[in-house]
Design a protein around this ligand. Structure first.
Ligand SMILES: [Zn+2]
Ligand SMILES: [Zn+2]
Length: 180
């Protein structure tokens, strides 16, 4: 069964010194591709040094999306946190981003994507995770935004555009979720 309808707005949140140019690039790509209203400035997130948010020096991605849900769950909006901390989920060494499948909240990290075009790399990560919030799954096309990447080479080859299959899936998901 399809979940509740998709909101038309995305709240951006940040932790750490994320350059304004990175946020502007994310806003441009995400608002265009998903027809979402995304506004700046981003909300600063405060994450306590408490034990359960962290695994060593890495921030737990699921903890961040749960925090976003606590903060913004009552808003008719999706949310995306952009953090400078390295993030992970317990079974992985690290992740570049994480989204609640079927949920409304996602996180991306800039910790491992420096040394190249940070704006472009970060907006690719944002498009991928927001794609998951719109029910999109991983795609086998290496240039499609929904291709799952591990390396920087793969991220740099991936675009921030959806292939025609994912574009169709997005239209179908919107149709299923947004009908009365
Ligand atoms: Zn993914
Ligand atoms: Zn695709």
């Amino acid at each position: 069964m399809p979940g509740p309808r998709f909101p038309g707005r995305l709240i951006l949140a940040t932790r750490g010194a994320v350059p304004r140019s990175v946020l502007e690039a994310i806003v441009a790509q995400v608002s265009r591709l998903f027809a979402l209203e995304v506004s700046l400035p981003a909300h600063p997130l405060s994450i306590p040094g408490q034990q359960d948010a962290w695994q060593g020096s890495q921030l737990l991605a699921n903890w961040v999306t749960s925090l976003l849900e606590r903060l913004y769950g009552d808003f008719d909006a999706m949310s995306l946190a952009v953090v400078t901390d390295d993030i992970t989920i317990p079974v992985m060494r690290y992740v570049l981003g994480q989204a609640q499948m079927g949920g409304r909240h996602a996180v991306i990290s800039t910790a491992r994507i420096g040394g190249g075009n940070l704006e472009e790399r970060a907006s690719k990560l944002a498009v991928h995770e927001v794609g998951h919030l719109f029910d999109l799954v991983h795609c086998e096309d290496p240039v499609c935004a929904m291709f799952a990447v591990v390396s920087m080479q793969e991220l740099d080859r991936r675009t921030s555009l959806l292939c025609r299959y994912c574009t169709a899936d997005l239209a179908n998901a919107r149709c299923l979720r947004n009908k009365d």
